[in-house]
Design a protein around this ligand. Structure first.
Ligand SMILES: NC(=O)c1ccc[n+]([C@@H]2O[C@H](COP(=O)([O-])OP(=O)(O)OC[C@H]3O[C@@H](n4cnc5c(N)ncnc54)[C@H](OP(=O)(O)O)[C@@H]3O)[C@@H](O)[C@H]2O)c1
Length: 240
């Protein structure tokens, strides 16, 4: 199997690269910090892999980098769009908000569109997007992040529906982590049910291989998601 992971330089993406490599996947690994991919990640991988610079702020060059990786892999079965930035923004600074939206929303959608086009053309493929349990909730200081993840999950659901209606042979998995200990969260002191990144990667890889529509990381967050789906919006907003 041949997979590209976008956002493979640290955290969940790097751990997933290690897990998929152990399972025999040949990997294309993309992010801005190619030094971390080449010096820290690739030496640990048992299967062949290729690295590419990608900055989702520049969608056209990211698409070029994706095609370059697919060329070096000589094909692609799976694309994982894992890149994301967080950002509590109590002051609602416009620049920070726009930057987050450009990466988490526009960058995500740009790569998803390209993957869908490639998989339609070749007649098969699997798209995985990394959203968050945050997609299910509003947040007073994380409005852009939570809304960006709501976009990711809703977009993946809609693409899956479209694919099913059209009878296309493409799978779509929406990954919803709760809290996973990574560079993104290491300074967050208010986390609970925190999964270590290796466990998270194992669960995500299992769910990818089962072609699950939704992957909760860790599994207990499925219950939270279910409870949230039952809760009237007015009550939820009062509790938060
Ligand atoms: N950790 C958690 O508890 C948690 C919970 C829910 C969801 N998530 C989601 O999981 C995903 C991975 O996060 P993480 O926790 O593993 O954090 P992380 O270690 O900070 O990883 C973020 C990844 O995104 C990449 N990225 C950031 N900006 C980018 C850009 N402009 N272009 C291309 N790649 C970019 C980073 O690579 P470079 O900086 O090298 O470009 C890095 O590989 C994110 O989408 C995050 O929202 C995490």
């Amino acid at each position: 199997m041949k997979a590209v992971i976008i956002g493979a330089s640290s955290g969940i993406g790097a751990a997933l690269a290690e897990e998929l490599s152990r399972r025999g996947y040949v990997l294309g690994l993309a992010a801005r910090r190619t030094d971390m991919i080449m010096n820290e990640l690739q030496p640990k991988l048992p299967s062949p892999s290729f690295a590419a610079f990608m900055d989702l702020l520049d969608i056209e060059s990211s698409i070029e980098a994706l095609h370059d990786l697919i060329g070096r892999l000589e094909g692609i079965d799976l694309l994982v769009i894992n890149s994301g930035v967080s950002g509590r923004s109590p002051g609602m600074e416009r620049e920070a908000t726009e930057n987050l939206i450009r990466i988490n929303v526009l960058g995500f959608a740009g790569m998803l569109h390209e993957a869908y086009r490639i998989f339609q053309k070749q007649g098969h493929g699997h798209i995985v997007g990394v959203s968050s349990i945050a997609s299910l909730l509003p947040h007073p200081n994380g409005s852009a992040y939570n809304a960006s993840k709501a976009f990711v999950s809703n977009y993946l659901d809609s693409i899956r529906l479209r694919i099913r209606r059209r009878g296309e042979n493409i799978s779509v998995t929406d990954v919803l982590p709760g809290y996973v200990l990574t560079p993104m969260t290491e300074e967050n002191k208010r986390m609970f049910w925190v999964a270590d990144v290796e466990k998270a990667a194992r669960q995500i890889a299992d769910d990818i291989e089962k072609k699950r529509a939704v992957s909760y990381v860790s599994r207990r967050w499925r219950l939270v998601a279910w409870l949230l789906s039952l809760m009237p919006r007015g009550i939820l907003n009062k509790i938060l």
